[in-house]
Design a binder for this molecule. Structure first.
Ligand code: ZN
Length: 149
């Protein structure tokens, strides 16, 4: 999927850089990043695993709501279903980039139309799709009981 360019400004060193990002108000469209800076896109409306894990997340956490608290758990769990990047690092849904100069994650960003949209490959679930139901349950339980992202 093509995602538009945004200009990020580092609040720590004032450096600027260009990265694709999901425009505000794009319902169901997400960008995932790994620590090494690889990107994947997600159209939650067509990705079958996004819906598949909802009952697992509800069963494991007991969260039956449809509010932000559930969305946060759902998004965290989804990261565990995506094939990792080239360095075997996990993709994190909604992760922002880090400043290439100082590694800060304190950033502001705005659309930058001077740069054309970037093609961002969609997430894949090849490893996930080979797991049994019990293994899937274990993978989701494992990530949901880890602290942080
Ligand atoms: Zn910086």
């Amino acid at each position: 999927m093509k995602l538009p360019a945004f200009q990020f400004t580092c609040l720590n060193c004032d450096g600027t850089f260009i990265e694709p990002e999901v425009p505000e108000g794009s319902y169901g469209i997400f960008l995932l990043r790994s620590d090494s800076g690889e990107r994947r896109s997600l159209d939650a409306g067509v990705d079958p695993v996004f819906d598949e894990i909802v009952p697992l997340v509800r069963a494991i956490t007991g969260n039956q709501s449809n509010d932000r608290s559930f969305a946060a758990l759902h998004h965290k769990a989804f990261s565990a279903t995506c094939d990792p990047d080239k360095l075997q690092q996990r993709f994190i849904l909604g992760a922002k980039p880090t400043c290439p100069k100082c590694d800060s994650t304190e950033l502001s960003w705005k659309p930058f139309e001077d740069v054309p949209p970037t093609e961002v490959p969609e997430v894949e679930h090849q490893l996930w799709s080979q797991l049994s139901s019990a293994q899937k349950y274990g993978v989701i339980k494992n990530i949901l009981t880890q602290t942080g992202t």
